[in-house]
Design a protein around this ligand. Sequence first.
Ligand code: ATP
Length: 299
Amino acid sequence: MSITVRAAAKINLHLGVGRAREDGFHPLDTVYQAIGIHDDLTLSGADGLSLVTHVADHIDPAAVPDGPDNIVLRAARLLAEHAGREAAGAFEVRKDIPVAGGMAGGSADAAAALVACDRWWDLRTSDDDLLALAAQLGSDIPFSLVGGTARGVGRGELVSPVEDPASWWWVAVPATEGLSTPAVYRHFDALHPDAPEAPASAEPLLAALATGEPLRLARALHNDLQEPAIDLRPELGDLIARGEAEGALRGLVSGSGPTVVFLCDSADGARETAVGLAGAGHDVVLTATGPVAGAHVLA
Ligand code: ATP
């Protein structure tokens, strides 16, 4: 007997970043979208806590912590503590989401662990409590629970669903080596010591999204972390230019990077862009649609 929960990667269609607050966090106005690149987590009964991770070919297994620091085990311990019970179970994670790629791979695993443990331990935790526990673990984790397309404010943890009537085609190119999210934020601070307190509003993006028109969305995509990410990894700028030359409507660094995502006008457009990028020497080119569901039970 076991339970399997699937959780999706996220991209940020809009990521407005304000000046760092006193607590060190940056105020965000962001629009997340869950796209069809997934990690699957299986939980079965055991006396203690254990974790085995299997990774896709494009992921370096050494990049995923295998000890108590793994966010899957942290999520399990936090929920057990909240419920006043012992944390026990054997976790098996199959990762397809790039690690340290700006796609919230760890957050997806944490959300999957919360859902799996809640069901497996029959806790029936309220949605509000689950979202609060998720926010304690990391800013992107509430969105990984909710999925779809949602606006995130605060430090990104306060999420609300937004109107998104279309299905969008994306091509994602992960980098071999991850980029540390705190390092990208530090570089943002260095480049913009006078950044406004209030992050750039997501309203224009939301208006474009509601039209369902790929060209409108392409023009509205916005990421304040793109400049620092490209400054740290100049090859990301070349990759964006290449994907756009291969037919994508627009390339964008995903969150803090280094994954680059390309919005395409159709399934054919995504295939052409993916083939073009593979021909240009990019070994790993993933195609996905969004929005997709948040963390949910598969079996
Ligand atoms: P975000 O987009 O939320 O900023 P990210 O996609 O850039 O995150 P993650 O893949 O979530 O980055 O990983 C960030 C770090 O978290 C990794 O470098 C790794 O050390 C640690 N980590 C802990 N648990 C996991 C996990 N289950 N999967 C991946 N990384 C994990």
